[in-house]
Ligand binder design. Structure first.
Ligand code: ADP
Ligand code: ZN
Length: 728
């Protein structure tokens, strides 16, 4: 850990790198010395790597054995608070410290001096001869303006060779420039007036504003359209007015552009934008400006938590219940929980906003750990739309059709009023299963334990687990019989066919994340629909998240039972949240909405709870169920995932671990498994999971460390620890 001070030339410093070398290594401070937290380049074997001066060296090695730091990099040092955050996060998530440091330092180009690389932007000239490759480059440039691209990044995104870009430079269609010193962002003006707030909005905004300046967590709950965003933007305004920085996390990149426009309307300028769709040059600029204070506000994905804020005053986690906040690869962490940790170290406020909070946050509010603020009604209207079940056991449905006569009737009535209808089916592609009618074989992914999903639009089969695609075969890969492969069940593409058949004159739009090449294409589709450019919207999960469609008054859920299958203890919570989010799309201001749920089990307690709309009753019942079996949020869990090319050694090791689990039993923890992991095979690697359940107060991480200490992992077998797993 860094101590305040300064390390003069030749003194020992310990440097943490993101290389998997375990401990920080000792070096000698370079000419001119260095400060704690300084970003430095150090020799490691034959290479030079970037690291952070973590603290004083420990004196284990004689000074003449140590190599000097090669160079101090020209960026602001990492603050003590961010170092502490990384340490605490590594300890909690049981990730290595280098592993978490990587999250904070992996922006490409970050440590190069300005001007070290050229950047490429759209020029005014037009190429004499247009080719497909050139068109691709120009399309990428038109789509993202901003700070420009590095050469290889641009070539890669456009799928062309760097020569194509150079050719466009020669023609003046692309400009090649020195990368400028990173410029501060235009100032956001927190004193511009916001909307006139309703009484409960104003009360919530005042409470949020009053909390600023110290750590605290508020659950801001209100149905979609109740004005949560409007309210937390008031807290952002106050935070900016105090001269502190604000971070807003969003679960979907697709929501960013809509949100940025809203911030611009509110504060007169656009905030910094941080997500995988932002260019490397933009990310570099934002990183530096966040550190130097030239960025007041950041809107981004979960990795924006690792930016080097100079003075962070507020973190908003919008749609806090969203499962995409959980990072499921590399360092496994939940950004919602890490936001709370980061804020506690920064003395900042956290706002968790949702119409359907996670049971975790709900329970924390119940326990008094979080403050809870409720926005009681939709802005301008009374409440959620009316919700009704369509009992599919009583509907007469032709085969290979999924829209019941009752739903068809409701859609027709809606269209005849000139309003929009939405049909929701949480399944991308054409059909979830392709089966051989000769032998019964189902086409699976060669690398995963998953069935291939037909995507007719792409004319390919796609594995939703690993992304592998293959052409749709004409003959069965198992029995070789021709012409017997048939799609089974609906995806949104197939549903669109049925819609076209039943409503031939209606204009339809399919919203599915895989059908849009870019965030901008999706945004344009959403804007067109919002403006009345479609009569029937057919969509997957992405329609549940935050887009506003003012003409939409009917939502039909094609299969409300879909999420309730399987044994996951979170299934009820997820289905409840998703159904309410989707239903919340229907009806606005003056037009009442209706949501119809097609179900084969209208008496199921979860379906009943959705229809009754008694959330508190649902949460209490769900909480009681979880309490009874001691699972989160009333107990703690961890998953131990073993993966490798062969399955047998994984079970062997898993069983051996299970037999030698004294450190776990000592803290009263229970161990389940080994069993195939929820995703049992991905990219050719088998996955086996052990699940640990402990009491809430049990020192789980310490016990797991003791348990795994000294365990020999066979070559090729990898271990991942998943604290607070999503499924259990
Ligand atoms: P939520 O975040 O809860 O879904 P929003 O803040 O997006 O709700 O509000 C929904 C819509 O209602 C937005 O278009 C917003 O601008 C509008 N709105 C909310 N509160 C007000 C208000 N006090 N005055 C005017 N418009 C409002
Ligand atoms: Zn696969």
């Amino acid at each position: 850990m860094a101590e305040p001070g300064y390390y003069p030339q030749g003194s020992r410093v310990s440097v943490m790198t993101s290389e998997p070398v375990g401990k920080p290594l000792d070096y000698l401070a370079p000419e001119g010395g260095c400060f704690p937290g300084a970003f430095v380049e150090v020799p490691l074997g034959p290479r030079r790597v970037v690291g952070v001066v973590w603290g004083p060296g420990d004196g284990r090695f004689a000074a003449d054995k140590l190599r000097p730091v090669a160079r101090v990099l020209d960026v602001p040092p990492m603050r003590e608070e961010l170092q502490q955050f990384l340490i605490r996060m590594a300890d909690y998530t049981m990730t290595s410290r280098p592993g978490v440091l990587r999250l904070a330092t992996r922006t490409p180009g970050l440590f190069e001096p300005p001007g070290a690389r050229k950047i490429y932007r759209l020029g005014a000239g037009a190429p004499a001869r247009m080719t497909e490759a050139r068109e691709k480059v120009l399309a990428v440039l038109r789509e993202h303006g901003g700070a420009g691209f590095y050469l290889m990044e641009l070539a890669q995104l456009a799928g062309v060779t760097p020569q194509v870009v150079k050719g466009l430079v020669a023609q003046g269609a692309v400009i090649e420039a020195e990368q400028p010193r990173d410029l501060p962002y235009p100032r956001l003006d927190p004193h511009l007036p916001g909307k006139a707030l309703s009484e409960d909005q104003a009360a919530a905004a005042a409470a949020l504003r009053a909390g600023l300046g110290q750590f605290g967590v508020t659950l801001l709950k209100g149905v979609t359209g109740s004005g949560k965003t409007e309210v937390y933007l008031e807290a952002v305004a106050e935070c900016l007015a105090k001269g502190q920085q604000a971070l807003v996390l969003l679960p979907e990149i697709a929501l960013t552009s809509e949100f940025l426009a809203r911030v611009e309307a509110r504060f007169g300028a656009r905030p910094g934008e941080w997500h995988s769709g932002a260019t490397q040059a933009e990310r570099r600029r934002l990183w530096r400006m966040v550190a130097e204070g030239g960025a007041q506000m950041v809107v981004g994905a979960r990795s924006a938590l690792f930016l080097p804020y100079r003075d962070l005053g507020l973190i908003v986690v919008d749609e806090e219940h969203d499962s995409s906040y959980k990072q499921e690869e590399g360092a496994l962490y939940n950004a919602r929980d890490m936001a709370v940790l980061r804020a506690s170290l920064a003395g900042a406020q956290v706002v968790l906003a949702s119409a359907t909070p996670s049971l975790e946050s709900w329970a924390n509010a119940e326990a008094g750990k979080y403050r809870r603020l409720d926005l009681l009604s939709r802005f301008g209207t009374a409440d959620l739309p009316e919700m009704r079940a369509i009992d599919m056991r009583e509907e007469r449905i032709e085969s290979v059709h999924w829209i019941s006569p009752s739903l068809v009737g409701a859609v027709q009535a809606t269209l005849s009023r000139g309003e929009q209808a939405m049909l929701f089916l949480n399944r991308r592609g054409y059909a979830p299963v392709t089966i051989c009618r000769a032998c019964g074989h189902q086409i699976g992914c060669d690398h995963c334990d998953a069935r291939m999903v037909e995507h007719r639009f792409l004319k390919r089969l796609v594995c939703h687990q690993c992304g592998e695609t293959k052409p749709i075969p004409t003959a069965c890969p198992s029995c070789g019989v021709e012409g017997k492969l048939a799609p089974v069940g609906p995806g949104v593409e197939r549903l669109a066919e049925e819609v076209a058949e039943r409503f031939p004159t209606a204009r339809t739009a399919v919203l599915s994340s895989d059908l849009f090449g870019s965030a901008r294409a999706l945004k344009e589709a959403v804007e067109s629909i919002a403006g009345g450019g479609a009569d029937i919207i057919i969509g997957t999960q992405i329609v549940a998240k935050g887009h506003n469609f003012p003409l939409l008054t009917l939502v039909g859920v094609i299969d409300a039972d879909l999420g309730l299958q399987g044994s996951d203890l979170r299934a009820a919570e997820r289905t409840f949240q998703l159904m309410r989010q989707v239903a919340g799309r229907a009806g606005r201001a003056d037009k009442p909405g209706l949501a119809l749920l097609q179900t084969c089990q209208p008496e199921h307690p979860v379906i009943r709870a959705i229809l009754d709309g008694d959330e508190e009753a649902f949460w209490r019942a769900e909480a009681a169920g979880r309490k009874a079996v001691g699972v989160p949020p009333y107990g703690r869990m961890a998953g131990i995932i073993l993966s490798g090319p062969e399955v047998a050694p994984l079970f062997e090791l898993g069983n051996q671990l299970a037999r030698n689990a004294a450190p776990l039993t000592r803290i009263g923890a229970q161990l389940f498994g080994p069993a195939p992991a929820p995703i049992a095979r991905v990219r050719g690697r088998h996955r086996v999971r052990l699940l640990i359940k402990a009491e809430k107060s049990a020192p789980l991480q310490g016990a797991i460390r003791g348990w795994l200490r000294g365990v020999k992992f066979p070559t090729g077998v990898k271990l991942a620890i998943d604290i607070d797993p999503q499924s259990f």
